[in-house]
Design a protein around this ligand. Structure first.
Ligand code: PEP
Length: 247
């Protein structure tokens, strides 16, 4: 089976106003047509404007979260269908900041992933262990358990990706060693094959957690690493492009 097309996705988190769309335009303007998919996931307030600004370019616009229902009395929430209507093509679900800060369980993450597929969009399903879990020797068990619990069967034959993001590596400047990254990505691939058979080879498995232009090449060329989910370094076009060029 040929390797999945790598995906480099930027997660802007709660950063950015209309003026920041210039950074996204600068990324789009300098893409050099290499074999990579590029996405930027701005705050929900910018999705529509960014989609319009990037129309006709190779940069996809994504969202950072969604509700699991299509519509209803859920004050403050946004459904996957609304994100699609605003121009989003991908949706991050299960980011550790949502798992930790909003008590999101694997079961809820799976329902959100199902909602993303229902809306015709592509989920990026995040998993990752805490430092305490890694120190206790439980990283593989925790992460493979999250993969099993967070992927609905509706993903079968649909485009999606996994993002392995150790919680302790996000925004800290720390990263696992390359053998640790490879061990985890291989374990995730084995679970995908167990769940989806040969189709489990199709989704790219992204690494996320303090990816920067200077460590991107090593990480992106590690075994089973099919791209990156990038937080801080996606906010500035030059940094994000440095990571994209490392593919
Ligand atoms: C993230 O939040 O998904 C992330 C990977 O952040 P950072 O790159 O800043 O560590």
């Amino acid at each position: 089976m040929t390797a999945p097309t790598p995906l480099i996705a930027g997660n802007w988190k709660m950063n950015g106003t209309g003026a920041s769309i210039a950074e996204a335009r600068a990324v789009a303007a300098q893409l050099d047509g290499r074999h990579v998919r590029v996405a930027i996931c701005p705050p929900a307030t910018l999705i529509q404007r960014m989609s319009e600004a990037l129309a006709g370019t190779a940069v996809l616009v994504g969202a950072q979260d969604c509700h699991s229902e299509e519509s209803g009395a859920f004050t403050g929430d946004v459904s996957a269908e609304m994100l699609a209507d605003a121009g989003a093509r991908l949706v991050i679900v299960g980011h550790s900041e949502r798992r930790a800060g909003y008590c999101e369980t694997d079961e809820l993450v799976a329902r959100k992933a199902r909602a993303v597929v229902r809306a015709g969009l592509e989920p990026i399903v995040c998993v990752g262990e805490t430092l305490a879990q890694r120190k206790a020797g439980k990283a593989l068990e925790v992460v493979t358990g999250q993969v099993r619990g967070s992927l609905p069967r509706e993903l079968d034959r649909k485009p999606y990706s996994l993002a392995y993001e150790p919680v302790w590596a996000i925004g800290t400047g720390l990263t696992p060693t390359l053998p640790e990254i490879e061990e985890m990505h291989r374990a995730i691939r084995a679970v995908l094959r167990e769940l989806f058979g040969d189709d489990g080879d199709k989704p790219p498995i992204l690494y996320g957690g303090s990816v920067k232009p200077d460590n991107a090449a090593d990480i992106l060329h590690a075994a089973e690493v099919g791209g990156a989910l990038v937080g801080g370094a996606s906010l500035k076009a030059e940094d994000f492009l440095g990571i994209i060029r490392a593919v």
